[in-house]
Structure formats: C-alpha cells, structure tokens
Design a protein around this ligand. Structure first.
Ligand code: NBG
Length: 805
C-alpha cells in the first residue's frame, strides 16, 4: 500500500494529483474547481487516516472505557481549515497548490459546512468531540446524517426567508460510508408475551440505518476519533415494481420515501417541541442505531454484560436521545434475557444526562398515545420503570401524592405525556447543568424534587469552546501574536497559559499591536459585510456584536431599542456620549417563531433607518449579516470589541458565544445569566459591563406584579424610542407595554446607561485595550479541554489512551 503521508510540498502535490486522477478521474488541465477541491480534501483526509487507524488499533489493544456521545445535533463547521491545521499540512498544502497553479483560499471557500444543528447545543457537541480527541479520550459521537441541515437564511423586505440546505449536494469528501454496518430499526407493530417481564416486540415497519463517519482529529496528538452519522434507508424490497409497471410511479416509491424521510431534515426549532411523530421517529432511529453499534463495538473485546457499564458511558446531549434508556432495557431484557433488576442496574450505570435549558417549553414531553403507537414495547417499559421508581418515591415520602405527581415520568392530565427529562434523570447515574448558575437553578427549581431525592447525582460542568476553532482558525492574527509572546503554541491545548498575557496588558507596545490586530480583523469583517449586504462599516468604529439564535428571552429587542435611542440622540446632536459604532447582528429564528421573526424584521428596518440617514451614519451603522453559521462566526468574533449577552437573568442556560467573544478580547455587556456570571468572576468586574436585574430581582419583580407600562410613562427617552418602534410594528410595542414577558422595559434604563459607560470606556483606547487583553488572558477556563476534564473527573471516570501507546 502506498501511503499518503509525506510532509513535503512535493509529496503533497504528488498525492493531490493522484487523487485527482484516481478518485476524480481527471487531470489538472481539465479539472473543475470541484475536482480540485475534492482532491485537496482527500489529500488532507488521507493524512489523518493513518492516525485514525493507529488510534483504532490502540483502542482495540487497550479495551478502554469509551465515551459515546449521543446528540441529535452537531455544528461541525468547515472541515478543510480544521484538518489542514490538525494534520500539520497547512503550509505544505499552500506551497504544493501554488506549484500547481491553484489557490488555497479559493478551495477553502468551496468547503462545505455541515449544518447539522441549530445553535449552541450542536456547536457544543462539536467542541466537546474536538476536546476529547485532543485529550486522547476514547470517544465516538453518534448523530443523524440529515440530508438537509439548518436552513439557509436570507432576508426579503427585512423578513427571514428560509431556503433548504442541501449541504452535501456536490458530495462530502470528509465522509466514509460503511453500508455493511447497517442496522435495522423497528417502528409500530405489537408486543407478544414471552416469560415473566420478557416480551417480544414485532415491529410493523422496518427501516435501515446506514452509517458513515467523519474523522475527529485531536490537536497536537496522534489521536483521531470519529463521529458516526446515520442515514435512513428503505430495505431493498421496498420498491414496488408492480405498481411501477401499472404506471403508479408515486405509489411505487412511497415506502422508500416514507423510510428515507426519517433523516431527511433537521428540525429547525431549538426550544419548543412540536411533538411531531417524525421527530420522535428520528430520535428512536438515532438511539437504536447508536446502541446497536455500541453493543457491536463492546462485543469486539468483551462478552459479559456485567462489564458493560465499566466499558461504556453514554452521554445524552439533552433529552433528544433519552429514548435510549428504554431501548437498552428492551435489548437487555427482551433480547438478551437479563433479569429486569440486573438490566436496570447496568442501564442506570451506563447513562449520564446533560440538561441544556431552564425554559419549561423546551422540556420535551411526548403524548403517551403517540409513543404507544410508534414504540409499543418502549411505552410498556417506561411504565414499568415509572412504577418501580414511584414505589421508591412513595417509600421515601409516605402518603405524599403531590410528590408522586411532581416526579412521575408520566404527566397526568387531559392527555398523558412522557416527560423525557424525568426519564433521563431516573435512568442515569449523573445529571449535569452547563454553567454554575444553571446547575444551581436546575437543582432548585426545574429538577428540584430529583435533586432532593438523589443529591449525589447532580453536577455542574460549565460549557467550554474549542480554542483551536475559535482562536487559532478564526483569529490567526491574534493567535500569532499570542504565540510570539508566550514563546510557543502550546497554549492552544493548555489554555490556562493565557494568564501569562497578564503582564503584556501593561506593555504599551504590545497593546498597540493588539489594537492593530483588532483593526485588521474589523477590516476583514467590513469586507465580508460589504460583499454580502452592501453596507459599509467603518473599521475604526467600536464593533458591537450580538450573535445567537433569535429568541425573545435573549432580548435582541432590547439591543434594537438602544439603537433607536442612539439614533434619536445623534439626530438631536447629543453626541457627547456617543462613539462611532458598528452594530452587528447574526442569528436565525425558528421558521414558525412568529414573535422572533417580527423582531428580526424590526432590526432590519432600524438598520435601514440609521444607515440611510447621513446625519446618523457617521456615528452609527447597523448590519444584520444573514445566514449566521460557524463560518460566519469565525469572521465576526475576531473583529468584535463588545459582546452582547443581555438575556433575562435565569433564562440562558450557559451561552457559548459569550466565551468565544471574551477569548477573542471582546468586553462583555451582560446580565448575571448563564456563564456570564463565571466570565465576570474570572475577567474581573472592572473589565465587564454589568447591568440589569439578577435572578433575585427578577423573582421579586414578578412577585410584586410587573407593570411594564410604568416604565414607558416615566422614561421620556424610552417613550420616544417605543413611539418610533410603533411606527414600524405596533404589535411589538403593544406586547411590550401589556405583557413584556422577558422584562425588557424593566432592564431598559440600566442597559442604555451601561452602554453610555461602554462609550466612555472606549474613548480611552489604552485602558480599553488593557481590558481586552485581560479578557483573553483570563478566559483560559472556558476551554472545552477543561470541560472535558471536568466530565472525566466527575462523571465519566475515563482515562486517556494514546494512539502511539
Ligand atoms: C442551549 C442553551 C445555551 C447553551 C447551549 C449549550 C438548547 C436546548 N440549549 O445557553 O440555550 O449554551 O445549549 O449548552 O439549545
């Protein structure tokens, strides 16, 4: 076998031409740009394959405990930039391509972004996989290979329009197909008794799960893990030839279409559960394929079921994969013939569950009737789990029926429903929230009864981000400066070393260079904004960034209100407290989320208002960059000076853009919500702009009775702002005055005054730069490597295995 591994430009160029010839069947002279891109991708991928094979061999030898990360979403970002970096071939590829008359940036631009997620939850999954590989943790990520990822966002008359994301239209060069590792997944049907609790489920419909995997390389190590994605296929007999012969072409492929629809599209809503049957099918499809694959892998080296939980940790990323608890019980009891109690002990030890929300509407429940129809045996198993669990609760709280109702996995009412979060807690050995405040609130409110019952089961693991993706790849200039200052690039895998930048904050020469980097990054962003939207940004203006999904609780509306206030001040010539700013928005709204879409439209109208007014635009420009995704994030974040983290306290579980922005030297304006609290604790209160109600204030105000109209009556500037907004959208203003569920008006004055403080601080560029450097220097804690270490220590109890061991 000829190895594709040399690390000179000559070797690289030779392998690229070979891939062009043998994989694409063409030559340099006749290659299309897709041919060139695919050959480059394959050449880079080849350089990771060898490491992957060695990793797999080392894992086989060591037979270690594995982390199996189950997630319905992954936001992987572009692979080419990452894999060039991780394979150490960036420079040699550039030179090889130069020699062949090809341009690396042009080909990088063709790279696809698999948008297999909605937002923070999916990106977190990708950052954790990256960090696990980087720390040599034996791990596999399992997910769904949606044909269509998160929709592409465009604006029409300021409103969001969604277009399908056929992300692998030209093929995905990063993916290995393994059609012979197919699994079968059943749906519907009926249950037949065997002996005792053991039953036999006879599904009424069978779908095939076909896996493919992508490589997940670690940085600075030989380890290459994989993420395995499943795609639904109809069985070979599904095509109805007789109907086709009779001219019924649609009917002939009906079954194929029905089966393959399961992995057709990612649900584009990250908060409210629509309770659609197809969604539940997706979940069951994912967990069945993953579990069968996990068992197959377990059996390569082990046979005794009692060893299972010692070798397998299944981390449930939110409730989407929680049906796995019932499915594993079904496999162990019905298929493997284990006693219920033994199976339950194994199951409970195997699973761990991460909760990512506090919003009640995001806590998934499924109608019992639906589950019973789609997964009849699973429904029985859930009832039995619940029965045994409630017996335990009754023993602990004798006569307390309210307690039983509160904790039950089944929610009673007009329609019985399965509470997936309750099933997750009951069936796991560990439960964690994603920031200190969030974990505290989970135990105090949402999951209070469970935390009282099993305090030892509850943990906090504060989220983290990949410094490779969000610093080294996104911000090569700042990375270069940091590496120069620290002497080597080791900080990329040991992010606490950024603390060595503390002294640099007091070095005027270093500050100057830091500012120069920010300036260049703002120029890059301005170029992108111009190309995409036609809006001209001033690269010297303060770059004020709010990038996240559109949600009322995140309060993009509050951001817009401040812009309108600034607009009026500038129009009146009250510019004493105004500094030139570029307001940058990015984020998608769920297609059916009417209120969020209204706010988006308003944001676009306000952007037009300020940009088109020659009296205002020297001070203020505003742009809504459409189709926010990981690639866009990599351009926006390095340019940011101010990070908007302004959710209503108690609503944002953690946030992760807050971490990415702080790491890149943006100062935060924020509330005491999610991980903002920990960011402020670490970077220091004097380098963080705090405003707004905290959780105690929110609770007290809601208890007193919140009257939003009062703020309108008392605050003349707010009145002017809302009157302007009413000219665009009266419904938004009516809702604010009458209801204002997220206390926007209560926090308005504090926010606007705090923004004035930001402007004053910006005027002193030396001191601002110092704060910026200190934000970076003190953000080491937010590395996903630390997050993974926390999981390993508190929940997973796994040890690294080195590929070269
Ligand atoms: C999101 C939270 C964020 C958090 C990410 C990652 C869901 C259900 N939750 O605050 O809203 O940062 O998860 O943990 O998408």
């Amino acid at each position: 076998m000829t190895s594709h591994s040399g690390d000179t430009p000559g070797d690289f160029g030779r392998d690229l031409l070979s891939n062009l010839y043998y994989q694409r069947g063409t030559t340099l002279e006749s290659a299309s740009s897709q041919d060139a891109y695919h050959s480059l991708a394959l050449t880079v991928r080849d350089r990771l394959v060898d490491r992957y094979i060695r990793t797999a061999a080392a894992h086989y030898r060591a037979n270690p405990r594995f982390i199996y990360y189950l997630s319905a979403e992954y936001m992987l970002g572009k692979q080419l930039d990452q894999n060039l970096l991780y394979s150490g071939t960036e420079e040699c590829a550039r030179r090889a391509l130069d020699g062949l008359g090809l341009s690396l940036p042009d080909l990088v631009a063709l790279d696809i972004e698999p948008g297999l997620g909605n937002g923070g939850l999916g990106r977190l999954a990708a950052c954790l996989l990256d960090a696990m590989a980087t720390q040599d943790i034996p791990a596999v990520g399992y997910g769904i290979r949606y044909d269509f990822g998160i929709f592409k966002q465009a604006f029409q008359d300021g409103g969001q329009v969604e277009r399908p994301d056929d992300w692998a239209f030209y093929g995905n060069p990063w993916e290995f197909h393994a059609s012979d590792d197919q699994q079968t997944v059943g749906f519907y049907g009926h249950v037949e008794p065997l002996e005792g609790v053991r039953k036999s489920w006879v599904p009424g419909e069978i779908v095939l799960g076909e896996p493919s995997h992508m490589l997940v390389p670690g940085h600075g190590t030989s380890t290459v893990n994989i993420i395995r994605l499943w795609r639904a296929r109809a069985s070979r007999e599904s095509f109805d030839l007789s109907r086709f012969g009779a001219g019924q072409y649609g009917e002939a492929v009906e079954e194929i279409v029905r089966s393959e629809n399961i992995s057709k599209v990612l649900y584009p809503d990250d908060s409210t559960e629509l309770g659609r049957e197809l969604r539940l099918k997706q979940q069951h499809f994912l967990v069945t394929c993953a579990l069968r694959d996990i068992v197959r892998r377990f059996r390569l080296r082990n046979s005794d079921w009692d060893a299972f939980a010692g070798k397998v940790v299944i981390q449930l990323n939110d409730t989407h994969p929680v049906m796995a608890i019932a499915e594993l019980m079904r496999m162990l009891v019905d298929e493997e013939g284990l006693e219920w109690d033994r199976a339950w002990a194994i199951t409970r030890r195997t699973f761990a569950y991460t909760c990512h929300t506090l919003l009640p509407e995001a806590l998934e429940t499924w109608p019992v009737a639906l589950v019973r129809r789609l997964l009849p045996r699973h429904m029985e198993i859930i009832f039995l789990i619940n029965h045994l669990f409630l017996r335990e609760v009754a023993a602990r709280y004798p006569g307390d029926d309210a307690k039983l109702r509160e904790l039950s996995i089944i929610q009673e009412g007009a329609e019985q429903r399965v509470r997936m979060a309750h099933l997750a807690v009951v069936g796991s050995s560990a439960v964690n929230g994603v920031a200190e405040l969030h974990s505290r609130l989970l135990a105090a409110t949402t999951l209070h009864g469970f935390a009282e019952l099993w305090p030892g089961r509850f943990h906090n693991v504060t989220n983290g981000i990949s410094p490779r993706r969000f610093m080294r790849l996104a911000n090569p200039r700042l990375s270069g400066l940091i590496t120069e200052r620290l002497g080597d690039a080791g900080w990329l895998t040991d992010l606490d070393r950024l603390s060595q930048l503390e002294s640099a904050a007091d070095d005027p020469g270093f500050r100057e260079r830091w500012r120069a980097v920010k300036r260049l990054n703002r120029e890059d962003l301005a170029a992108e904004v111009l190309a995409v939207t036609g809006v001209v940004l001033d690269p010297d203006a303060l770059c004020d960034v709010m990038i996240k999904r559109f949600h009322e609780y995140k309060r993009q509306l509050l951001r817009v209100l401040h812009v309108v206030a600034l607009y009026h001040r500038i129009r009146r010539g009250e510019v004493a407290d105004v500094v030139p700013r570029s307001i940058v928005f990015g984020g998608k709204a769920a297609p059916g989320y009417y209120a969020a879409k209204r706010i988006m439209r308003l944001a676009n109208s306000v952007a037009d208002l300020v940009n088109e007014d020659p009296a205002v635009s020297p001070y203020l420009r505003m742009v809504f960059l459409p189709d926010y995704n990981v690639s866009r994030a990599q351009v926006i974040i390095p340019a940011a000076d101010l990070s908007e983290q302004i959710s209503l306290a108690g609503k944002e579980a953690s946030g992760t853009s807050n971490m990415k922005l702080a790491l890149n030297g943006a100062l935060t304006i924020g509330t005491l919500d999610g991980a903002n609290v920990e960011i402020r604790d670490r970077v220091g209160a004097e380098h963080f702009f705090l405003f707004g109600l905290d959780i105690t204030g929110v609770t007290a105000l809601e208890k007193r009775g919140y009257v939003p109209r009062m703020y309108y009556d008392r605050d003349t500037e707010l009145r002017e702002v809302l009157d302007t907004v009413a000219g665009y959208d009266k419904e938004i203003v009516d809702d604010l005055l009458d209801r204002d569920e997220y206390l926007t008006l209560a926090d308005y004055r504090g926010y606007v005054d705090c923004q004035d403080e930001v402007a004053r601080a910006w005027r002193d560029q030396e001191s601002w730069t110092r704060s910026s450097i200190l934000n970076t220097a003190r953000s080491g804690f937010f590395s996903a490597d630390r997050t993974v270490r926390d999981y390993c220590r508190d929940i997973w109890h796994v040890t690294p295995v080195r590929a070269d061991s």
